[in-house]
Design a protein around this ligand. Structure first.
Ligand code: CAA
Length: 253
């Protein structure tokens, strides 16, 4: 007797066309997920490049314009996608920005813009997917933090605070959803080969790379590998975890 093909899991990736997000989308699609990349539509060149990049995936990856800092917009989007696809099973919060400045120079705008994307964005998306996941009894949430949330970084009081906050959020939500088949974990990348890190002044970046035991920047694929691992169906006993992927740059027990 033939078995019905199981419905592929639906994965939303915020920051889906960004430095890490594109590769996360690719690896989730390679793992058989139906992937929706959420990102700002404001930069048309970026969207066009992404569409070229994913052309080989035969429709397994789609782009949806979204601003994670817009609470109501996130609600409408999740409701529409749940209706369209039947469920949202995996959420990866990879949308993130930097607004680097030492605190004595940091403006309130730099603080607020960063918090709205890097921390409010995680709340806005999780708040709207969590109900459906718990009702259906399955969900995988992976929040992207940073080594700089673990250690602090000169010029990043805003970013380090938000990224440390992301893991606090993950641990609290993991407790709330653990009995409902929903896991919530954090991946903390180190310095990776992305436009965000390319924007760090050359001299500072060189010093940072010299301090990475593996001897190189991380690749987006290194991070996506960890995300796909935590998002797997059989990763149900891993929850509230922070998984650092930093080439040994920060080792802790
Ligand atoms: N540690 C100690 N002192 C430092 C320092 C550091 N890392 N960086 C600068 N300083 C010192 C300078 O030598 C200078 O000292 P003097 O006043 O004695 O001359 C002083 O601090 C300069 O302070 P300013 O406030 O004037 O700093 P600035 O405006 O020149 O630059 C900055 C500050 C923009 C934050 C710059 O240091 C910078 O870009 N740093 C890199 C920050 C960084 O690593 N960001 C990561 C982005 S990638 C990312 O975030 C991805 C991820 O998750 C890993």
């Amino acid at each position: 007797m033939s078995q019905a093909t199981p419905h592929p899991r639906v994965a939303l990736v915020t920051g889906g066309i960004g430095g890490l997000g594109t590769e996360i989308c690719r690896q989730l699609a390679q793992a058989g997920r139906r992937v929706i990349a959420l990102d700002l539509a404001s930069r048309e060149d970026r969207v066009a490049t992404f569409k070229d990049d994913i052309a080989g995936f035969d429709g397994a990856i789609a782009f949806e314009p979204a601003d994670v800092s817009d609470f109501d917009g996130c609600q409408q989007l999740v409701a529409r996608l749940e209706q369209q696809h039947g469920s949202v099973d995996i959420l990866v919060n990879a949308a993130g920005i930097t607004r680097d400045a030492s605190l004595r120079k940091m403006t309130q705008q730099q603080w607020q813009e960063l918090m709205r994307v890097n921390l409010d964005g995680v709340f806005n998306m999780c708040r709207h997917v969590v109900e459906g996941m718990t009702v259906r009894g399955f969900g995988r949430i992976v929040n992207i933090s940073s080594v700089n949330g673990q250690t602090g970084q000169f010029g990043q009081t805003n970013y380090s605070a938000a990224k440390a906050g992301v893991h606090g959020f993950s641990m609290a939500l993991a407790r709330e959803t653990a009995r409902k088949g929903v896991t919530v974990n954090t991946v903390s990348p180190g310095y990776c080969d992305t436009p965000m890190v390319a924007a760090v002044p050359d001299e500072i970046r060189a010093q940072i790379i010299a301090g990475i035991p593996v001897g190189r920047l991380g690749s987006p694929a290194d991070i996506a590998r960890a995300v796909a691992f935590l998002a797997a169906d059989d990763a149900g006993y891993l929850t509230g975890v922070n998984l650092p992927v930093n080439g040994g740059y920060f080792m802790s027990f």
